[in-house]
Design a protein around this ligand. Structure first.
Ligand code: DX5
Ligand code: ZN
Length: 221
């Protein structure tokens, strides 16, 4: 099985020690840092904004995978691009102009991502697949870490993988929510190239190095 990229979600880290958390997972072999931006409107939780992305950008050399769970993401593209986002992912449900927002992200020379909530069908995403660098399948209802993986997400991953391959598109296919060592191999087998994991990395009592080791072992098996 091809080795996926690992993108620990700092949502489950100690916000008072975020710099240390990022350095710890960078040393542990993480590929990207997944940064969950929530506005208290699109999702019933609130995290942080562009300044946090700018500060993280100075704290790590890893790509910043910024997941915007905010309404009207089109109004924020420039601020997250200025802050140093590597990938900027918007929700298909959050914007009246998905195509225009993706184009605005790419016009800033950063990578554009598009994601969909568990209740949204892949049909909403497919027309945009040729215009994204990353497709993200939510496998929990966005807003909180530590939720249970929704199995139906795997069908979406398979459907998107089929379209990407049939059209020879090279976008990353990422899965976010409830990803653990015990389901990681199935997620990769379905076609994912990037795994997001928050609680499984930052709440592992053995620490992030051991946590990432458990993921890598599960996938190699
Ligand atoms: C949920 C976030 C996820 C979350 C994943 O809204 O988008 O990135 O942090 O956390 P776990 O891995 O604990 O489900
Ligand atoms: Zn996320």
């Amino acid at each position: 099985m091809a080795e996926p990229k690992f993108a620990p979600s700092i949502l489950s880290a100690d916000f008072a020690r975020l710099g240390d958390a990022v350095i710890a997972v960078e040393r542990a072999g993480a590929d990207w840092i997944h940064v969950d931006v929530m506005d208290g409107h699109f999702v019933p939780n609130l995290t942080f904004g562009p300044k946090m992305v700018a500060d993280l950008h100075r704290a790590t050399r890893l790509p910043l995978d910024v997941h915007l769970m905010i309404e009207r993401p089109e109004e924020w593209v420039d601020r997250y691009a200025d802050a140093g986002a590597t990938y900027l992912t918007i929700h298909v449900e959050a914007s009246n102009d998905v195509a225009g927002t993706l184009a605005a992200i790419r016009a800033r020379d950063i990578r554009a991502g598009l994601t969909l909530n568990p209740e949204t069908t892949v049909d909403a995403l497919l027309p945009h697949l040729g215009s994204v660098d990353l497709a993200l399948v939510m496998s929990v209802h966005p807003g909180f870490g530590g939720q249970k993986f929704i199995e139906g997400a795997l069908d979406k991953v398979r459907a998107i993988r089929q379209v990407l391959d049939s059209r020879n598109l090279k976008a990353e296919l990422e899965v976010d929510g409830g990803v653990k060592p015990d389901n990681a191999a199935r997620v990769v087998a379905a076609g994912a190239t990037v795994l997001v994991a928050g609680s499984a990395v930052f709440e592992d009592p053995d620490g992030p190095v051991a946590a990432l080791g458990k993921f890598k072992q599960a996938i190699r098996r």
